[in-house]
Design a protein around this ligand. Structure first.
Ligand code: FAD
Length: 461
C-alpha cells in the first residue's frame, strides 16, 4: 500500500491540469471502471490527464513517489492492465482529439480515443485504418499490442500503419518515436504494449475505405459446424486480401433476421466484410452460402462505421470475461476437431469461439521489422469465456483452459499479447516470440527501473 501524505497529494493536485481522484471523491469509481467485470482494483490515486503536460506531471509524480503506475486508454484490456491496486492510475480516457489531414491521408489520434471516435472522424472523409471489431475498444492499447480487424488483410496490422508516436518516457521526457526519430523506441512501441512510455498522440496512415461496404452475417446451425468450419478453412486460404471472413461458434443472439426458434440455439456464424467494390464482393461471397443450410443471413451494403459497431451489443462492458488465445498458420483437421468438441459444450450462452482470419498484408512484413512479430499467424483464435455471475467463474474458466490446452499442440509460435489474461504472465516471453530479446534491450534503455510494468511486461536486464 502506498502511503502518501495529504499535503503531497494536494501539491500534485495543484500542479496538475485535470482532476485527481482519491477513493472518496466523486468520479473515482467511474474512472477506475474497466471493461472486464472480473477485475476490481482500487488505485490510491487516479490522475485524469487532459494534455501531454499532465502525462509528464503524472509520470514524474508516480516515479518520484515510488508508486505502482498503471495506464488507462480505453480500459478494454482483458487482463485489466489499465488499473492497479493501491498505486497511481494515469487515466488518458479524456484525451480524445482526432485530427485528419485529408490531403496527406494521415490521422493524429489522442490516446483516449475509442475505435468509434477514430472511425467517425476518418470516415467523414471516406478514410480509415485497420482497427478492431468492437467500437468501444481503445485505439491506444489495441495499437500498442499489434491490432487487427476487418481491413487488416488489405492494409496490414494497426501497427503497420503507425507513422509516429509522441511519448512520455519514464524519466518524464517528451519525445517522438518514428522511423527517423528514436527508431529503436519506434520498433519496440509497435507491438511492445506500452512498456517503454506513455503515448500521448498517435499518427496513422489512412486509406480510402467505403464509406459503404458489403458486410454482414450468415448463420448456420451448429450441427453443420464440421462442414462450415472445414470449408471456411479452405476458403480463407485463397480469398483475396479485400475479403475478410471470421467464424464464430456461440449461442444465437436474438437477431431479427433469425427465426425465434433459433434464438439461444448453438450456431456457427460467418462474419463478412469486403473492402472493395460491393458487386465484386457479392460474387466472391456467393460460395459461402453453400457451406451449409443457413438459418438466415443479413448481408448487404452498409456504412463501414456501422459494421464496426455490429458486435458492440454482444461485447458490452460489465460482464465477467476470461480469454485464452492461440495463433494458427493453418486450420488443420485437428484444430477443427478440437473446436467442434469444445464448441459443442459452451458453458454459458455468452461464451464464444472466435476465429479471426488475418494473413494477407499482415503476413508480408518481415517478422523482425517491429516488435509485433507473429507474421505467420493467418488465424487468431480467441476462446472468449464470458458469463454473468461469480458462481459461474470456475466452470467457465475451466472450459476455456481445457479448450486452450487441447488446441495447444496445433498452435504456431507467439501469441497475441492483447488477448492474454491476467494469469498468463508465464506466457509473455513466448507471446513476444523472437522479438523478446531485443525488446529487453529497448526496455533497458527507456525504462530501466520498470516503471511501466502493469502490462504484458518486458523486464529490463
Ligand atoms: C470486446 C473486445 C474486442 C476486441 N477486439 C479486438 C480486435 O478485433 N482486434 C484486436 O486487435 N484487439 C481486440 N481486442 C483486444 C484489445 O486490442 C485489447 O484489449 C487492448 O488492450 C485494448 O486497448 P485499450 O486502450 O482499450 O485498453 P487499456 O486496458 O486501457 O490498455 C491496455 C494496455 O495498454 C496500455 N496503454 C493504454 N494506453 C496507453 C498509452 N497511451 N501509452 C502506453 N500504454 C498504454 C495499458 O497500460 C495496458 O497495459 C478486443 C478487446 C475487447 C475487450
Amino acid at each position: 500500500m502506498t502511503t502518501l501524505q495529504q499535503g503531497t497529494i494536494d501539491t500534485f493536485r495543484g500542479q496538475f491540469g485535470g482532476p485527481v481522484f482519491e477513493p472518496a471523491d466523486a468520479g473515482y469509481h467511474e474512472a477506475r471502471q474497466i471493461w472486464n467485470a472480473m477485475i476490481d482494483r482500487k488505485p490510491a490515486l487516479i490522475a485524469q490527464c487532459h494534455s501531454a503536460e499532465d502525462v509528464v506531471a503524472a509520470v514524474n509524480f508516480g516515479r518520484d513517489q515510488s508508486m505502482l503506475v498503471s495506464v488507462k486508454g480505453g480500459g478494454h484490456n482483458i487482463a485489466g492492465n489499465a488499473v492497479c491496486d493501491d498505486g497511481l492510475m494515469i487515466d488518458l480516457s479524456q484525451m480524445k482529439d482526432v485530427e485528419v489531414d485529408v490531403e496527406k491521408q494521415r490521422a493524429f489520434v489522442g490516446p483516449g480515443c475509442t475505435l468509434a471516435d477514430f472511425d467517425a472522424a476518418a470516415q467523414v472523409h471516406g478514410l480509415a485504418t485497420p482497427l478492431g471489431i468492437n467500437s468501444t475498444t481503445g485505439v491506444a492499447g489495441l495499437t500498442l499490442g499489434g491490432g487487427f480487424g476487418w481491413l487488416s488483410r488489405k492494409f496490414g496490422m494497426t501497427v503497420d500503419n503507425l507513422i509516429s508516436a509522441d511519448m512520455v518516457t519514464a524519466d518524464g521526457r517528451q519525445t517522438r518515436a518514428s522511423a527517423t526519430e528514436n527508431p529503436d523506441l519506434f520498433w519496440g512501441t509497435r507491438g511492445g504494449g506500452g512498456n517503454f512510455g506513455i503515448v500521448t498522440r498517435f499518427e496513422f496512415q489512412l486509406h480510402s475505405v467505403g464509406p459503404d461496404l458489403l458486410s454482414g452475417l450468415m448463420v448456420f446451425p451448429f450441427k453443420q459446424a464440421r462442414s462450415v468450419l472445414t470449408q471456411f478453412a479452405r476458403f480463407t486460404e485463397i480469398m483475396p486480401d479485400e475479403l475478410n471472413v471470421w467464424l464464430v461458434i456461440r449461442h444465437a443472439p436474438p437477431l431479427p433476421f433469425l427465426p425465434e426458434s433459433v434464438h439461444g440455439e448453438p450456431i456457427v456464424a460467418l462474419a463478412i466484410c469486403y473492402a472493395g467494390d460491393p458487386e465484386v464482393g457479392e460474387q466472391l461471397i456467393a460460395p459461402l452460402r453453400s457451406f451449409g443450410d443457413a438459418h438466415g443471413e443479413h448481408v448487404g451494403v452498409q456504412p463501414y462505421a456501422n459494421w464496426q459497431q455490429a458486435f458492440d451489443p454482444l461485447l458490452a462492458d460489465g460482464a465477467r470475461n476470461y480469454w485464452k488465445s492461440h495463433n494458427f498458420v493453418k486450420l488443420t483437421d485437428d484444430v477443427i476437431r478440437v473446436a467442434l468438441e469444445y464448441g459443442g459444450k459452451l458453458p454459458s450462452p455468452h461464451c464464444e469461439i472466435f476465429i479471426a482470419s488475418i494473413g494477407g498484408e499482415t503476413g508480408r512484413v518481415a517478422h523482425d521489422a517491429m516488435a509485433y512479430s507473429s507474421r505467420d499467424a493467418n488465424y487468431v483464435m480467441n476462446v472468449h469465456g464470458r458469463w454473468e455471475t461469480p458462481e459461474e467463474d470456475e466452470h467457465c474458466r475451466q472450459w476455456a483452459r481445457a479448450f486452450f490446452n487441447a488446441a495447444k499442440p496445433y498452435a504456431s509460435g507467439g501469441a497475441y499479447i492483447n488477448f492474454l489474461s491476467h494469469d498468463e504472465a508465464d506466457r509473455v516471453e513466448f507471446a513476444y516470440g523472437p522479438a523478446y530479446k531485443r525488446l529487453v534491450e529497448v526496455k533497458q534503455k527507456y525504462d530501466p527501473e520498470n516503471l511501466f510494468r502493469v502490462n504484458q511486461n518486458i523486464r529490463p536486464r
